[in-house]
Design a protein around this ligand. Structure first.
Ligand SMILES: Cc1cc2nc3c(=O)[nH]c(=O)nc-3n(C[C@H](O)[C@H](O)[C@H](O)COP(=O)(O)OP(=O)(O)OC[C@H]3O[C@@H](n4cnc5c(N)ncnc54)[C@H](O)[C@@H]3O)c2cc1C
Length: 259
């Protein structure tokens, strides 16, 4: 089985601040990490490698610094790594990003694609399902358990108040959540080995895409403004007995035309 894992290098959001004047992220001095739920996708790929001798490939679309996240994946035990990088991709929104990643998947071939559920910076959770739509394969999101049997996978998918079981045929895409597994650390052998492996870089021309379909021109989403929410105004505190409280809440809701 050939497993393709897409990972995104993200700024460690615990340390990110927004410039109040420009509304853009202050990235200087902020360390980058592999998006946390992408590590759950890597862990699932590695478990399948051990169980059924799957061949595992990791890829990311990003600037040259994103190579570090690929090296870290190799150090965890992933077999092959690709950096998809071209100035033509700059400014891509989720649609353009997923188009590029789907073109890569088509080129390289796959039986299973794994992504994280959501990236902690862009936060849209759109890229996984969009890749699957471009490739016209089934996808399952919020994956918290996956059991493989022949050409099928039985998935437990988290819902707000429970879960559902979905069975689908390979090839398919699974967007992995943090509850799926506990990602392993890099191991000593692969940590040394990861620097000997070649990371192949692919450009626009390698993927047979048109320049106008990627980057800013291929992106229908326009970001108008980014801002940090200010602190909320102090609320009103009223101390009443339970009966009076219920009455008061009802009056407040009526005043706001909510009942
Ligand atoms: C107009 C516009 C311009 C933008 N310009 C830029 C820009 O110049 N540079 C920039 O970095 N971002 C840019 N972005 C943000 C970029 O579109 C998103 O970060 C990206 O499309 C992924 O969306 P997300 O972060 O919401 O990922 P999600 O959809 O939340 O990610 C889900 C999963 O998809 C996979 N995934 C997501 N992105 C990648 C990737 N790049 N490579 C491999 N796997 C991935 C991961 O497995 C991830 O866990 C721009 C966005 C807009 C709207």
């Amino acid at each position: 089985m050939k497993i393709l894992v897409f990972i995104k290098q993200v700024p460690n959001t615990h340390e990110v601040r927004v410039d109040p004047k420009t509304g853009t992220l202050i990235r200087e001095g902020v360390p980058s990490i592999i998006n946390p739920e992408d590590k759950n996708a890597l862990e699932l790929a590695l478990q399948l490698k051990e169980q059924i001798k799957a061949h595992t490939i990791v890829a990311t679309m990003g600037p040259s610094q994103a190579e570090w996240s690929l090296r870290e994946s190799l150090a965890m035990g992933i077999d092959e790594a690709y950096l998809i990088s071209d100035t033509a991709f700059a400014g891509s929104d989720t649609l353009a990003t997923s188009l590029v990643l789907a073109a890569f998947a088509k080129k390289i071939g796959f039986d299973l694609i794994l992504t994280g559920r959501q990236a902690i910076d862009g936060d849209t959770a759109q890229v996984g399902p969009e890749i699957a739509e471009h490739l016209q394969i089934p996808h399952v999101t919020y994956v918290e358990k996956a059991e493989f049997s022949g050409d099928f996978v039985k998935v437990q998918r988290a819902l707000e108040d429970g879960y559902e079981i979905v069975k689908t045929k390979l090839p398919c895409l699974l967007a992995c959540s943090k509850d799926l597994n506990i990602p392993r650390y890099m191991n000593m052998n692969d940590l040394f080995g990861c620097f000997k492996k070649t990371i192949q870089t692919l450009k626009l021309s390698d993927l047979f895409l048109k320049r106008e379909d990627v980057g800013l021109t291929g992106s229908p989403t326009k970001v108008r403004k980014t801002f940090t929410k200010g602190p909320r105004k102090e609320g009103k505190k009223i101390e009443l007995n339970p009966h009076e409280s219920a009455e008061q809440i009802f009056i407040e809701l009526q005043n706001r035309q909510l009942v």
